[in-house]
Design a protein around this ligand. Structure first.
Ligand code: TMP
Length: 213
């Protein structure tokens, strides 16, 4: 794998869309060939699974939900992520396996060991080079979710679900500080962008050193 793999994650309402757009502009300006993708989704099959997973018409049990997330991920890795990395490209994924640890383990109570097992199965030793966790206090997240017109199945969850999800993200980041950067996104936009730019700059240095450029 010679590309660079970044994932952006965090509770619903943390402001991923705004900052993904900024990341795209920053990387373009710095001459980085990056492809942007998302989970669940990223492939035709995965986008169909996303539709099923987010549709409030279905009530998958926690095991089904977890397995469908990984089914979509396996296809995403096979069809999109691994080929792009092998082609020396950067991949920026809007959510990845940290979301499964946060939502299905933290939120739903699936054992972390089971998720780790699926992670090893589907990813082998592939892990993101950098994961940015956008973090906001629960009230901010809930207020932003409240504004969305058609709430998806996750957005309809109660506040205590998101409390657990947020705690799971922060705990993972604290356990592996070298791979995670937690960015508080309930600040002035320019301050958040400044932090993200510094992280991307660090990634670029790492990648250049690694690839001998
Ligand atoms: P979003 O991409 O618009 O944030 O919506 C995706 C939703 O799916 C979000 O509520 C988090 C949830 N999700 C999981 O529960 N587990 C996962 O592994 C992934 C990738 C997403």
């Amino acid at each position: 794998m010679s590309g660079f793999f970044i994932t952006l994650d965090g509770i619903d309402g943390a402001g991923k869309s705004t900052h993904l757009a900024f990341m795209q502009t920053w990387l373009e300006e710095h001459g980085v060939d990056a492809m942007f993708t998302r989970e669940p989704g990223g492939t035709p099959l995965g986008e169909n699974l996303r539709g099923l997973l987010l549709d409030p018409a279905y009530q998958p049990c926690a095991d089904t939900e977890t397995l469908l997330m990984f089914a979509a991920r396996a296809q995403h890795l096979h069809e999109v992520i691994r080929p792009a990395l092998a082609d020396n490209r950067w991949v920026v994924s809007d959510r990845f396996t940290d979301a499964t640890f946060a939502y299905q383990c933290g939120g739903r109570g699936i054992a972390a060991e089971k998720i780790a097992l699926l992670e090893n199965w589907v990813q082998d030793d592939l892990r993101p080079d950098m994961t940015i966790i956008l973090d906001v206090p629960l009230e901010v997240s809930l207020a932003r979710i409240e504004k969305s017109r058609d709430k998806d199945r996750f957005e309809q969850e109660p506040a205590d679900f998101f409390t657990r999800v947020r705690a799971a993200y922060l705990q993972r980041a604290a356990e592996h500080p070298q791979r995670y950067a937690v960015v508080r996104s309930d600040r002035e936009l320019e301050a958040v962008k400044h932090d993200i730019a510094a992280i991307l700059s660090g990634c670029l240095n790492t990648w250049r050193t690694r690839s001998g450029a």
